[in-house]
Design a protein around this ligand. Structure first.
Ligand code: NCD
Ligand code: ZN
Length: 345
């Protein structure tokens, strides 16, 4: 039995840091484990241009603990009015690594998102030309489409058209939750990849709805049926290069989660690697963990893999019930559980 695992330093290819006090509190958790992270732009107001992304990046860097090597990779929040020139200039200047497509009102702070994908075709053209990665929150928002079907419907209505009309555009299908998305990504060209969160590997939709409403298991896209979870586990642990780590850690304070209208988002940053590794261990696929966590993402984003390594070992990690944050508390993913791997160095 393998008891220790040394891998290249991993990266988190989908993450929410927020701003201000919460950002100060959460950045160290990510920087402890990951060398880089793709930082989501859904602040309020959102990060929609080069100037605001550059300022946000500086605030994040100021929150990285002394002596820790961590680089935030910034994304531009696409709106109906995104200026393709500013986006291309921002990418050229090294500020933007990617741009994020949120369908309007699909998730937390997405009210300014894109109302119709057709409206941003000039931006997608510019991105394809400038080789800027497109990150997609792939859910339709129509009221007549069941929340559990919104990802599959997005594939039919939009994903197929985007990859057909922009064959050279690199597209990340973010936080996939269905076997439909796995199949779509596998069948698409090498310009299409996907991130997978730890929660979607661990839970199916029962975790949200059985035994009372479980707000801390609620995130978007929502967890689906068991068959989808199994398809995601197979994809993540298969060694296929198209799938990589993206935690979608999305901190909301306890009061915002445990409310009559609880926010979507799971705060998994503190023990993300241990959470993923538990799944790879259960699937007897430890040999594929480094590809998923540390190699496939850099390869897709065309950045070097890290020289540094991180070592994980079999051993207890006790996840606290709550963590103090911003004068309140936050409930972490796996709250109160014991995980069977820990970071040793
Ligand atoms: C994210 C958030 O809170 O910003 N929430 C979530 O449930 N994942 C937004 C998102 O990625 O959908
Ligand atoms: Zn997210």
């Amino acid at each position: 039995m393998t008891d220790t695992l040394t891998i290249r330093r991993p990266d988190d290819w989908h993450l929410h840091f927020r701003d201000d006090e919460v950002m100060q509190a959460v950045v160290p958790y990510t920087a402890r484990q990951f060398g880089r992270a793709i930082v989501m732009p859904n602040l309020s107001p959102p990060v929609t241009d080069t100037a605001s992304a550059s300022a946000y990046r500086s605030r994040i860097l100021a929150a990285v603990p002394e002596g820790v090597d961590f680089m935030p990779l910034m994304t531009c929040y696409l709106t109906d009015n995104t200026d393709p020139e500013d986006l291309a200039d921002g990418a050229k200047a090294g500020v933007f690594t990617a741009a994020k497509l949120y369908p309007a009102n699909a998730t937390t702070n997405s009210a300014h998102g894109v109302s119709d994908v057709a409206k941003i075709y000039p931006v997608l053209e510019a991105m394809e030309r400038a080789d800027i990665v497109l990150c997609v929150h792939g859910e339709v928002t129509d009221n007549d489409i069941d929340v559990f079907d919104r990802e599959a419907e997005f594939i039919e209505r939009h994903m197929r058209a985007i990859v057909r009309d922009f064959p050279s555009l690199r597209v990340v299908f973010e936080h996939i939750t269905t076997s439909d998305a796995v199949d779509f990504v596998m069948a698409a060209s090498d310009n299409v990849a996907a991130t997978i969160t730890p929660q979607h590997l661990h839970i199916n939709r029962n975790a949200m709805l059985v035994g009372g409403i479980q707000p801390h298991n609620y995130c978007l896209p929502v967890a689906k049926r068991e068959g989808h979870r199994l398809a995601l586990r197979k994809a993540a642990t298969s060694g296929a290069t198209k799938f990589f780590l993206g935690t979608d850690s999305a901190p909301h304070l306890r009061s915002a989660k445990e409310s009559s209208c609880g926010c979507a988002g799971i705060f998994n940053a503190p023990f993300a690697l241990e959470s993923y590794l538990t799944v790879f261990d259960e699937e007897e696929a430890l040999e594929h963990f480094e590809a998923f966590a540390s190699l496939n993402g850099p390869r897709f984003y065309r950045v070097p893999v890290h020289d540094q390594t991180i070592t994980l070992e079999r051993g207890d990690t006790h996840v606290p019930q709550t963590i103090a944050m911003a004068g309140e508390e936050i409930v972490p993913w796996h709250a109160g559980e014991m995980l069977s791997w820990r970071i040793s160095s």
